[in-house]
Design a protein around this ligand. Structure first.
Ligand code: ACO
Length: 424
């Protein structure tokens, strides 16, 4: 129902009336769907001002640095919740009761193993393949293993697929790592929590099973919570777009993983560490800052800036605190961390960054924590994908559970007009 109306006046034509809707939070939106019948499209490359859907899952106020999942601030979830509870919240809309939480945790644990045959599929990859390339392929291939849950119009099938994806992502992530390290894959252990189990599968070997530090498991869990959802970002929008054609959930999540891989999105945490390597020493920071400010140089400070947060990234604050805890627990005195902190200080005091509201984002700190946990740089975006899975599924499920149309943007065509094929 339209709350207000807007008028669009195109020179030489009668005004066009458009409905305006108000959400519970955030800016009003003008419903431009009626424009097609007037022979006009809107033009918004990069979707800077376009709401692609209605959603009840996550709200971001980029100017105020607010991130809410189903109404709950991310800072409170990071402190009081855990990843599986946050998954439940994103998927179902409410926090679970104690009994619901126990049931959900157990259901996830029942699905942590992957089909044995999947190992054969994995074995086809080169050992030096990028882990995101493998994860993208393996997750897409899950649709070939779990035929029994592919009817997207059956809510029960959608639920099983959601459980399978959340449960199997850490197993797949760890398998990908073990494969590249040439170590035997570790089976999941259902006596451990989600994040303990992930660290177990990553770092233990059949020859040596070490207990998992609760501080590190908590840090890992917090990283997953902080990445769990971020409304209509590039990868989530990709999942929705792929899903809008009726594609199965495993294929849609594989599409999301592909979109996440880019350095402007989830690949940034890996790019931060590579950049710090390249800078090498505090004495080189000024020249890299100058490069970042140079319009003729494509270099950007990785881990700085955000499409939506133009004040601060609330996840970055929690991540910074977690970073301190992890480094304290591990007693790490990492020169790269010192470099990162100096870079942050210099960039934040530079007018170029202040004028453009460029602040460290979540990826700036997550890379440093993951490095301290012993996770290789190439695996960083795989961890992000594991954490983002519940968000992707929640959005996909929200779309499929409501009336939706195939996503099909229009264009402003500026190519040749019709011309005849030349006689040769
Ligand atoms: N370093 C230097 N300059 C920057 C940076 C940066 N990291 N980010 C933006 N700018 C500049 C732009 O050059 C532009 O300058 P101008 O106005 O003089 O032309 C201005 O700031 C605005 O930037 P846009 O690129 O228009 O902002 P946009 O919203 O399109 O891009 C993005 C956001 C992609 C995140 C960008 O800031 C970036 O590439 N950052 C580095 C990569 C990164 O950390 N990505 C992680 C994103 S968070 C996530 O996915 C979890």
């Amino acid at each position: 129902m339209a709350d207000k109306k807007a008028q669009l006046i195109i020179e030489g034509a009668a005004p066009i009336e458009l409905p305006v809707y108000s959400g519970t939070l955030g800016p009003d939106v003008v419903d431009v769907r009626g424009l097609t019948s007037e022979g006009v499209f809107t033009f918004d490359p990069g979707f800077m001002a376009t709401s692609s859907c209605e959603s009840k899952i996550t709200y971001i106020d980029g100017d105020k640095g607010v991130l809410l999942h189903r109404g709950y601030p991310i800072e409170q979830l990071a402190e009081k919740s855990d990843f599986l509870e946050t998954c439940f919240l994103l998927l179902k809309g409410e926090l679970p009761t104690a009994a619901e939480k126990e049931k959900f945790d157990n259901t996830i644990k029942n699905h942590t193993m992957v089909h044995e045959q999947l190992k054969n599929f994995l074995n086809g990859f080169r050992r030096d393949a990028h882990p995101m390339a493998i994860m993208c392929g393996v997750v897409g291939a899950l649709s070939a293993f779990y035929h029994d849950s592919l009817d997207i119009n059956d809510p029960h099938h959608r639920e099983i697929s959601a459980i399978r994806l959340i449960a199997k992502m850490p197993t797949i992530a760890a398998m990908v790592y073990k494969y590249s390290a040439g170590q035997p894959m570790m089976y999941p252990r259902n006596d451990l929590s989600y994040s303990e189990n992930f660290l177990h599968m990553m770092f233990n070997t059949p020859a040596e099973i070490k207990p998992i530090s609760p501080v590190l498991a908590r840090a890992m869990d917090r990283i997953f919570v902080l990445h769990a959802d971020h409304e209509q970002n590039a990868s989530t929008s990709t999942v929705r777009l792929a899903g809008s054609s009726g594609a199965n959930p495993f294929a849609c999540i594989a599409a999301g993983i592909a979109a996440l891989w880019g350095p402007a999105h989830g690949g940034a945490n890996e790019a931060v560490l590579r950049m710090l390597d390249e800078i090498g020493d505090v004495s080189n920071i000024d020249s890299f800052i100058a490069k970042a400010k140079d319009k003729d140089d494509p270099f950007k400070l990785m881990g700085f800036g955000h499409r939506v947060y133009k004040n601060f990234d609330p996840r970055a604050r929690v991540m910074k605190q977690t970073c301190d805890e992890v480094l304290g627990e591990l007693g790490i005195n990492d020169p790269q961390l010192e470099l990162a902190m100096k870079l942050e200080e210099i960039a934040l005091s530079d007018p170029y960054f202040a004028e453009r509201n460029l602040y460290p984002n979540v990826d700036f700190y997550s890379g440093i924590i993951l490095k301290a946990l012993g996770i290789p740089t190439e695996m960083f975006t795989v961890i992000f994908a594991t954490g983002r899975t519940p968000g992707w599924i929640a959005h996909w499920n929200e779309m499929i559970s409501n009336p939706y149309k195939i996503g099909r943007p229009r264009q402003l065509y500026t190519g040749y007009t019709q011309r005849d094929y030349p006689n040769k």
